[in-house]
Design a protein. Structure first.
Length: 70
C-alpha cells in the first residue's frame, strides 16, 4: 500500500523550502527543488516510522492493527 501526501514547495531567495501538509513537523530546505523533494521524502519516511514505533509502544503487548482509509 502506498500513501500519498501533499508537499508545499516554494522558493525563498536562494533556497527551496517545503513541508508536508498532512504531517506536522515534516519540513526541509535545500539549494535545489530536486534536493528538497528528496529531503522531504526522507523526512516523511522517518517521521512515519517514528510515529508508528511510538504508537506500537504506547499500545503495549495486546493490540490489533487495522488499516483504514480517509
Amino acid at each position: 500500500m502506498q500513501n500519498e501526501f501533499t508537499a508545499v514547495v516554494q522558493r525563498d531567495g536562494p533556497w527551496w523550502i517545503g513541508w508536508i501538509e498532512e504531517i506536522p513537523g515534516v519540513n526541509s530546505q535545500a539549494e535545489s527543488r530536486a534536493e528538497l523533494m528528496e529531503n522531504l521524502q526522507s523526512a516523511l519516511r522517518e517521521m512515519l516510522d517514528l510515529n508508528r514505533a511510538e504508537a506500537r509502544k504506547a499500545a503495549g503487548d495486546d493490540f490489533e492493527e487495522v488499516r483504514i482509509t480517509a
